[in-house]
Design a protein around this ligand. Structure first.
Ligand code: SME
Length: 161
């Protein structure tokens, strides 16, 4: 799917913010701040990082959230276990959805890799039902691919398996 103008610009901004910065947490913190600043109608944007065999809360913007999500559980754990991004128009219909913020009604989660090694997920939530389209999903996948490209092998040194 073609990446729309908004997401092409967002990936460009991400690249400018993170290029040649050798610090994983700093880059993820700025990536979540960029999403928070630019995207409309969202209530959470951030990362869960694979540590000790589960997804552990990483840098984010929004309300305090669940700390540990087992692989295969909730939208984040499902995206990580399947290795496929998840577009959920209504979280109340997603089996096993984990409600960190009861205001969340829809979300997109994209798994993150270094080579073929999973190291985390990107999670974006909205208080609006059906907030995200297939174009948003493709745009956020593009954002994730850009992030993977700038980070290279950095997550593998920092994130336990
Ligand atoms: N909604 C997620 C949990 C994480 S929070 O939304 C930040 C899920 O079901 O995986």
């Amino acid at each position: 799917m073609e990446i729309d103008h908004f997401y092409a610009g967002l990936a460009g901004e991400l690249e400018a913010l993170t290029r040649d910065v050798p610090y994983l947490i700093a880059n993820l913190a700025n990536a979540s701040a960029l999403l928070w600043q630019r995207m409309e109608d969202i209530n959470w944007a951030g990362f869960y990082l694979l540590q000790d065999g589960a997804l552990v809360l990483g840098p984010f913007q929004g309300k305090p959230a669940c700390i540990v999500i087992p692989l295969g559980k909730g939208v984040c754990g499902t995206a990580a276990a399947l290795g496929q991004s998840q577009l959920v128009p209504d979280v109340h219909t997603f089996p096993g959805h984990i409600a960190c913020d009861s205001a969340s009604r829809s979300e997109v989660v994209v798994p993150l890799y270094a080579g073929n090694v999973l190291w985390g997920v990107l999670d974006i939530d909205s208080p609006t039902l059906g907030r995200f389209t297939r174009e948003d999903q493709a745009g956020l996948e593009h954002f994730a691919r850009t992030l993977e490209e700038v980070l290279g092998d950095l997550p593998i040194d920092k994130v336990g398996k």
